[in-house]
Write a protein that binds this ligand. Structure first.
Ligand code: SF4
Ligand code: SF4
Length: 301
């Protein structure tokens, strides 16, 4: 057993710069394990360029398959499907694999055994080493939906890696939004850093995220990215967060350097170590780690 902290970086929606900020933290963290739980669009690996040493299939659930040679077109299967996953085309049932929940009822009622239910392993989990330490991340297969379960599995593996490497901190690039995978990312973590942008929609997304996290009692800090693009909105967000007792821990100005760093698959702290943004992100990281160590006991892993 070892002890470690878990920090999750989230945003109310995609495209706020969450991954660039997580990558910068990766280059600052010592004795850390990194995870990308944005399983719908994992991209932290594009900056951290990890060497994958193991890939695991993650079972994503079951789907029905019709043997059209056996089917007599009686339509009984369609009548029992509660998920409207069966349509008939030219008298032959066609399964909508996005809608099929794999319950198997259609295969039970089929009088000629023309339907079978198969498990799919479209989801992948990657174990890797990047230049900053061990990493585990996942990708949801096409048409797969069990992203919350996949995120939970990735976090479980991150804890195993933490034990193996005697790491002290887990840094997670979380999924955007407020759905099931976000809940799976936050549960049992020590601190959430929420990244937002100074727009009204950015504020609404952040507000919903904070509301959702509130149920977990996990402390939240906020970073406003590209704050100088709308300083009035930045001020409004700061005021509203202040009224909610939530601290804006840093404000990052808009800079093309962030994009240039991404294009070279570098973190901003590698690309422009003496620049203002690298300095600000270093300060934010140090504040987070100081706060977490002051106010939390590391969880047993
Ligand atoms: S397995 Fe269940 S959800 Fe899928 S088509 Fe059959 S009845 Fe519908
Ligand atoms: S219940 Fe079986 S035989 Fe009848 S339409 Fe469906 S697949 Fe074909």
């Amino acid at each position: 057993m070892s002890k470690a902290f878990e920090i999750v970086i989230l945003s109310g929606k995609g495209g706020t710069g969450k991954t660039s900020i997580t990558a910068a933290f990766a280059s600052l963290a010592k004795h850390a394990v990194f995870t990308d739980c944005d399983v719908d669009a994992a991209d932290l690996h594009l900056v951290l360029s990890p060497d994958i040493y193991r890939t695991e299939d993650f079972e994503s659930g079951a789907k029905a398959i019709v043997n059209t040679d056996k089917c007599t077109g009686c339509e009984l299967c369609r009548d029992v499907c509660r998920f409207s996953a069966l349509e008939f085309k030219n008298g032959i049932p066609v399964i909508d694999e996005y809608a099929c929940e794999g319950c198997g009822l259609c295969s039970i009622v089929c009088p000629v055994d023309a339907i079978s239910v198969h498990n799919y392993n479209n989801n992948k989990i990657y174990f890797a080493n990047c230049r900053f330490g061990p990493m585990v991340y996942g990708k949801l297969g096409v048409a797969e939906e069990n992203s919350g379960k996949l995120v939970s599995k990735i976090r479980q593996y991150a804890r195993e890696l933490t034990r193996q490497h005697q790491a002290e901190i887990i840094v997670t690039d979380g999924p955007p939004g407020i759905g099931c995978p976000v809940i799976s990312s936050v549960t049992g973590s020590d601190l959430v850093l929420a990244v937002t942008e100074p727009t009204m929609s950015g504020w609404h997304d952040l507000e919903r995220l904070i509301e959702m996290i509130g149920g977990f009692k996990t402390p939240v800090f906020v970073v406003i990215n590209k704050y100088d693009l709308n300083e009035e909105m930045t001020q409004l967000i700061e005021q509203r967060l202040d009224a909610m007792n939530i601290q804006v821990i840093g404000k990052i100005p808009y800079s093309e350097t962030m994009v240039l760093a991404l294009l070279e698959a570098k973190t901003i702290n590698e690309f422009d170590p003496a620049g203002y943004i690298a300095g600000e992100l270093t300060r934010i990281w140090e504040t987070i780690t100081f706060t977490i160590k002051q106010h939390h006991k590391p969880i047993n892993i």
